[in-house]
Design a protein around this ligand. Structure first.
Ligand SMILES: Cc1cc2nc3c(=O)[nH]c(=O)nc-3n(C[C@H](O)[C@H](O)[C@H](O)COP(=O)(O)OP(=O)(O)OC[C@H]3O[C@@H](n4cnc5c(N)ncnc54)[C@H](O)[C@@H]3O)c2cc1C
Length: 276
């Protein structure tokens, strides 16, 4: 995927000033990769299932509890992978106070944009954003957004939703054929909390109460795409992790979506072994 992104970024062009509206200082165009997470995440789950991974749901008070859980019917757990996101701030023996939410709000519409657009800021406040992303392989277009650091509010702000739609239609008239936001076909409104960690994502090994733990959380608003970066950051640890995962024993991952790192780089190694 890194190769694909590098290849596409070679098509990077600065837009001529004359082609921009007067309120825009500078613009660029490039091709990029769009991940439709509604398709990608179930695909990751199917890859895991195919490789013998067993999924169980549980809430842990302490990270080490994942290793002693009766969930695994006596199987010894040698490695716990901590992908708890914002939960890392409340999880016993982790209690990472540098993890904070950065609230995002989106509107998903069935209208299709002819390009992906993102701006570096808006005139509606420092914590508001403007992006238009038509999902790969269908599923509508995501209009965003905002970046409200410290806010845990999970409710849709209707005023903000209207501003999001107004900005999207203004910067991408093709969404509604040049008409107003009343011509947007809203599928749903969404709110999500990015898991921001002051100082950057935590990707490291630690031994807690005698249990080997791999932390992998705090990628902020880049958890999907940073899979590539976390892969390279963990290269040094890769041999050690692979060795651990090859120990022909249990491996418990606490958390949901971060399968991206371990499915592609590490988990499969372990899963193959578990299947034997
Ligand atoms: C509005 C918005 C826009 C975004 N845009 C992008 C983008 O353009 N590109 C990009 O790459 N990324 C983007 N992201 C970020 C991306 O969605 C996240 O980085 C990614 O979903 C994080 O996945 P995760 O598995 O690490 O954490 P999460 O998805 O937060 O999963 C953590 C899991 O851990 C579980 N958990 C927590 N505590 C416990 C416990 N004690 N016991 C058991 N389970 C526990 C939770 O229930 C949850 O299921 C965006 C996020 C938002 C909100």
């Amino acid at each position: 995927m890194l190769n694909l992104i590098c290849h596409n970024l070679q098509q990077f062009h600065q837009l001529p000033q004359g082609s921009l509206s007067p309120d825009i200082n500078a613009g660029s165009t490039f091709t990029s990769v769009c991940i439709n997470t509604a398709i990608y995440l179930p695909w990751l789950v199917s890859q895991c299932l195919n490789n013998g991974v067993i999924f169980k749901r549980a809430t842990f008070k302490h990270i080490a509890d994942a290793a002693s859980s009766s969930l695994f019917q006596g199987q010894k757990i040698n490695l716990v992978i901590n992908c708890t996101g914002l939960g890392a701030s409340k999880l016993g023996d982790v209690l990472d106070t540098s993890v904070v939410p950065a609230r995002g709000q989106i509107v998903v519409v069935s209208n299709v944009a002819d390009k992906m657009i993102a701006t570096s800021g808006t005139d509606d406040g420092a914590d508001e954003a403007c992006y238009v992303i038509t999902r790969a392989a269908g599923g509508g277009t995501v209009l965003g957004g905002c970046y409200q650091k410290g806010s845990w509010d999970s409710q849709v702000d209707r005023g903000l939703a209207t501003r999001i739609m107004q900005r999207a239609v203004a910067i991408c008239p093709s969404l509604t054929g040049g008409k107003g936001i009343e011509h947007l076909d809203v599928i749903r409104h969404g709110v999500g909390l990015r898991l921001v960690r002051e100082g950057g994502a935590r990707v490291e090994l630690e031994r807690i109460s005698g249990v080997r733990v791999v932390h992998n959380y705090g990628a902020g608003g880049a958890g999907m795409r940073s899979r590539i970066l976390t892969e390279s950051r963990t290269t040094a640890d890769h041999a050690r992790l692979s060795k651990l995962l090859r120990m022909r024993a249990g491996c418990c991952r606490v958390g949901r979506g971060s399968a991206r790192l371990f499915v592609q780089n590490l988990d499969m190694t372990g899963c193959e072994e578990f299947g034997n």
